[in-house]
Design a protein around this ligand. Structure first.
Ligand SMILES: Cc1ncc(COP(=O)(O)O)c(C=O)c1O
Length: 394
C-alpha cells in the first residue's frame, strides 16, 4: 500500500536544514530524462560493458560458499592486506592493514566517513571547481563550509598565489580529486607540493579522492600521501567501482593514520557496519590481476577518449582533452544560453545525454556553460552517440 499525501501532507514535514540544503543530483536527473527521450546516456559515469569474468566468477563462488554474513567491520583482513600491497607497489607508501585501512561501501561512504571524522559544524573545506558533484552535499551533511577555488581550462592549473589567501582565512581540510571528475585534470608533483607545503604551514588535513587512479593517460598518478610531510595528514579515499567496472558493488576504502582510522572505523561501523562480505572476497581476485589488466584499462579508455574528443571539437564544443578519468568537459554556449538548456536540447534533438556543467560548480554559479560527456561506454554506444552528435545543427 502506498502512503497517501492526504494522510501525510507535505506541510507537516519538518525537514532538517541539512536535508533542505541537499538538492537532487543533476547527474541522476540527466539519466532520468535520458530514459524519457530514449537518448544515449553519456551522462552518468558508469560503464555499459561487463565487468571482468574472473571477478564475477569469484563473486558467484563467494556466495556459493555462504559468505553471506556481516564482514569484519574494518574490512576482510586479506583484502586489507592486498590494498596495503597495492599501496606499496603502485604508490610507494607503506600502510599497516591492521590499523590504517578501512573497507567501506564505495568511495562515497569513504568520503563521508572521512569528513565526519574531522569536520565540525562551520569548519571550512577547500574544494576545487569544477568539482565532483557529491562534495558539496557531503559537506552539508557534516556542517562543513566549502571554500571554492575555480580552476581554468585547459590546464586547470593550481598556483601558490591562488591558494595562499584561502589558506590564510583558515581551513580544516582540502579535498583533492586526481585524476579529476569532471575535468580530467591530473595533479602534477609541483601542484601537490604546493598543497603539501600549505597544509603543513596552516595545519590543514587533505582528503584525496583517487578513484580514477588507474584511468590515466599521458600522466603519472601521484598520491599526495606520499609527498613529504603528508603521510599523517592525508586521508586517502579510493575504491573498486571504476577500476574494475563494478560501480554497483559498492566497495571502497579509506587509508589514514591509526588515530584517524580508529575514528573512521567507529563511524563506518555505525553507518553501514561493513561492506558486502561476498563482494570483498571477490575483490581480492581483482586485486591480484596482473599489470596487464591496468595497462589495458587505461589504453582502452584512451582509445575511447581519442575517438570522441575530435568529434566534440568538430561540432564546435571546444572540448578539453582529459589527462585522466573518463569524462570530456566541453563548452556548451554554442548550443544554448545555459548548460541545462544545452543538455536538454542535446538529449531532445540528437538523443545524446550529457551532464550540465552547473552541477560541478558553486550553487550560485548558474551561468557555467559547460557539459560533461562520459566515454566509459561500449565502442558501439560511442559510435551511435557520434553519429547522432554529428547531426546537431548549430
Ligand atoms: C570523483 C569521484 N569520486 C567518487 C565517486 C563514487 O565512487 P564509489 O562508486 O566508489 O562510491 C565517483 C563516481 O562517479 C567519482 O566520480
Amino acid at each position: 500500500m502506498y502512503l497517501s499525501l492526504e494522510i501525510f501532507p507535505l506541510t507537516t514535514v519538518s525537514l532538517s536544514q541539512r536535508a533542505i540544503q541537499i538538492k537532487e543530483s543533476q547527474i541522476r536527473e540527466a539519466s532520468r530524462y535520458c530514459e524519457r527521450f530514449g537518448a544515449i546516456n553519456l551522462a552518468q559515469g558508469l560503464p555499459d560493458f561487463p565487468a571482468p569474468e574472473a571477478l564475477k566468477e569469484a563473486a558467484r563462488e563467494a556466495i556459493a560458499a555462504d559468505i553471506n554474513q556481516y564482514a569484519d567491520s574494518w574490512g576482510w583482513y586479506k583484502l586489507r592486506e592486498a590494498i596495503a600491497e597495492k599501496m606499496q607497489r603502485d604508490n610507494h607508501i607503506v600502510v599497516d592493514p591492521e590499523t590504517e585501512i578501512t573497507v567501506c561501501c564505495g568511495a562515497t561512504e569513504g568520503l563521508n566517513v572521512a569528513l565526519m571524522s574531522i569536520i565540525d559544524q562551520g569548519d571550512r573545506v577547500l574544494v576545487f571547481e569544477p568539482f565532483y558533484e557529491n562534495y558539496v552535499p557531503n559537506l552539508a551533511t557534516v556542517g562543513g563550509i566549502p571554500e571554492f577555488v575555480t580552476l581554468q581550462p585547459p590546464e586547470w592549473q593550481v598556483t601558490q598565489e591562488m591558494l595562499e589567501p584561502i589558506f590564510k582565512k583558515g581551513l580544516k581540510a582540502v579535498i583533492i580529486n586526481s585524476p579529476a571528475n569532471p575535468t580530467g585534470k591530473v595533479w602534477n608533483r609541483s601542484e601537490l607540493e604546493i598543497i603539501a607545503k600549505l597544509c603543513q604551514q596552516y595545519d590543514v588535513y587533505a582528503i584525496t579522492d583517487e578513484i580514477y587512479e588507474y584511468i590515466i593517460y599521458e600522466e603519472e598518478h601521484i598520491s599526495l600521501m606520499g609527498i613529504e610531510g603528508m603521510r599523517d595528514r592525508t586521508i586517502v579515499v579510493n575504491g573498486f567501482s571504476k577500476t574494475f567496472c563494478i560501480t554497483g558493488w559498492r566497495l571502497g576504502y579509506v587509508i589514514a593514520n591509526p588515530e584517524l582510522s580508529a575514528a573512521i572505523r567507529r563511524i563506518h561501523d555505525f553507518i553501514t557496519i561493513s561492506a558486502p562480505a561476498p563482494l570483498q572476497h571477490a575483490a581480492l581476485t581483482a586485486m591480484q590481476f596482473g599489470r596487464e589488466y591496468f595497462i589495458n584499462l587505461a589504453a582502452d579508455y584512451q582509445r575511447k577518449r581519442d575517438r570522441l574528443y575530435p568529434v566534440l571539437a568538430e561540432i564546435g564544443l571546444s572540448p578539453v582533452l582529459p589527462k585522466g578519468a573518463y569524462y570530456i568537459w566541453t563548452d556548451s554556449s554554442v548550443i544554448a544560453k545555459d548548460a541545462e538548456s544545452a543538455a536538454f536540447r542535446l538529449a531532445k534533438e540528437v538523443l545524446v545525454a550529457a551532464v550540465p556543467g552547473t552541477c560541478f560548480s558553486q550553487p550560485d554559479r548558474q551561468r557555467v556553460n559547460g557539459l560533461r560527456f562520459c566515454f566509459a561506454k561500449k565502442d558501439s554506444t560511442i559510435e551511435l552517440a557520434i553519429s547522432n552528435l554529428l547531426k546537431l545543427k548549430l
